[in-house]
Ligand binder design. Structure first.
Ligand code: SF4
Length: 438
């Protein structure tokens, strides 16, 4: 039995796909590309922008049309508001996000009686295919969002806060550590809200570990994973307790925080339903940089939210320049049905949205280049991720989120994948830095 899985969208989707892959490999199925006509084609979709919807539709149609004899399973955020389309496409199994983790069992049921007994061997338990998927494994710590930012469809498709009990998280990290990984990325839809649901519901009800700060402290204490990276956190959820934990365990955390800004105008932030002002954001960043002078600060910004005037946009540009982020993800506002911003008056024209996105991307590129250049001559701790076998070059990611390349014989890569090495950066190279082992 063979299966394929294609994943669109965010890190959470990726980590959920990883779980499905791991479970199916353990059941003895083989992971292949959809072009090899597997028995099951799984498509894990996203719906965050209209572009994501378009991509989901395209890939579903393509995989379905070229795999007439495969069972097609579609899951992820796109399924919530697109059932009709999926039924028209004659999809075999449509799985809501909340049931995504049942896909391996559902496939197990569908394959019952069709299994090749040899494939059930426990030899597949630690199949290397899975380990090769990510050199910096994603560990999902929570799901769901209740913030309801006015442009965002995520709360409608991901539902209420659901945190993973801390024991499960620790066990997963310890397993990854045993498999030789040295960095994990803690991911979630809204990780600053880790544990808020434990007072009322969920498997972790009544848990003593019911905040992100508590969880991080446990991870530091109970595991010996070398480096922990936090995927994305809201500015108002970075409190002094959290900063204190990061500071006390400086060497254990990646020197990197991704803190969405979205807009630099208080008026727009308010319309977006974001719970902070530009001034608050700016002060918090000042506080963080004061404690961690070399930290990489990355962000998300949105161009062309309804009502965004030239002045609002100028405020955002000014803020980005003053903070000098090391990387910026620019999103062009995309009208999503079922969100308040869909019906807002003063929608910004497509041309202006594109113009503003370009300005922001250009600023982002310039700031990124200068951040990268500033690290020439420095020592960086790099997770080995990819091997260019023709040129014998390994590439990986530093703690402060710079892509770093260095020479290494390809024979050494399998034992180095996922390991952190110290590299002396000496010049710019491609989208990052070139260096030598130190
Ligand atoms: S915090 Fe806002 S932008 Fe982020 S997932 Fe929740 S509603 Fe969406």
């Amino acid at each position: 039995m063979k299966f394929s899985i294609d994943t669109l969208g965010c890190k959470i989707n990726q980590s959920e796909s990883d779980f499905i892959v791991k479970e199916l490999l353990e059941k003895g199925l083989e992971l292949v590309s959809w072009s090899k006509h597997p028995d099951f084609c799984i498509i894990n979709t996203c719906t965050v922008t209209s572009r994501s919807d378009r991509k989901a539709r395209q890939i579903i149609r393509k995989i379905k049309s070229q795999n007439k004899n495969s069972k097609i399973i579609v899951t992820g955020c796109f399924v919530v508001f697109n059932k009709e389309f999926l039924q028209d496409c004659d999809i075999d199994l449509i799985v809501e996000n909340k049931d995504k983790n049942k896909i391996p069992d559902l496939i197990g049921i569908m394959t019952a009686g069709r299994k090749d007994p040899e494939m059930e061997s426990s030899d597949f338990k630690s199949c290397p295919q899975f380990n090769q998927m990510h050199s910096r494994p994603l560990v999902k710590i929570q799901d769901g969002c209740e913030q309801n930012c006015s442009y965002c469809i995520v709360p409608k498709v991901r539902g209420k806060y659901k945190s993973i009990p801390y024991r499960e998280i620790l066990n997963k990290i310890i397993d990854l550590q045993k498999d030789g990984f040295e960095e994990v990325v803690l991911t979630g839809i809204h990780i600053g809200k880790y544990g808020v649901d434990f007072s009322t519901a969920g498997a972790g009800k009544g848990s003593k570990i019911s905040s992100l700060a508590n969880l991080l402290e446990e991870v530091v204490r109970e595991t010996s994973i070398k480096r922990i990276r936090i995927s994305s956190i809201e500015v108002n959820e970075i409190d002094s307790r959290l900063l204190d934990i990061l500071k006390r365990n400086n060497g254990r955390f990646a020197s990197h925080l991704h803190i969405p800004l979205q807009s630099g105008s208080d008026r727009i932030l308010k319309l977006m339903g974001r719970p902070y002002t530009a001034q608050y954001y700016f002060r918090k960043i000042g506080m963080i940089s004061g404690i961690f002078p070399d930290i990489a600060l990355t962000t998300d910004v949105m161009a062309g939210f309804p009502g965004e005037s030239e002045e609002d946009f100028a405020r955002m540009v000014n803020m980005i320049e003053r903070i000098a982020f090391s990387k910026i993800h620019v999103f062009k506002f995309s009208k999503r049905m079922h969100t308040p911003a869909y019906g807002m008056s003063n929608q910004v024209g497509e041309e202006i949205k594109s113009e503003r996105s370009k300005i922001l991307r250009d600023i982002g590129d310039r700031l990124r280049n200068s951040y990268i250049k500033n690290h020439i001559g420095k020592l960086l701790n790099v997770v080995c991720e990819e091997m260019d076998v023709e040129n014998n070059i390994i590439s990986g990611t530093s703690g402060n989120y710079i892509k770093v390349y260095f020479p290494m014989d390809k024979e050494n890569f399998p034992s180095l994948n996922g390991k952190i090495l110290r590299v002396a950066a000496n010049s710019e190279y491609k989208n990052g830095l070139w260096g030598i082992l130190s």
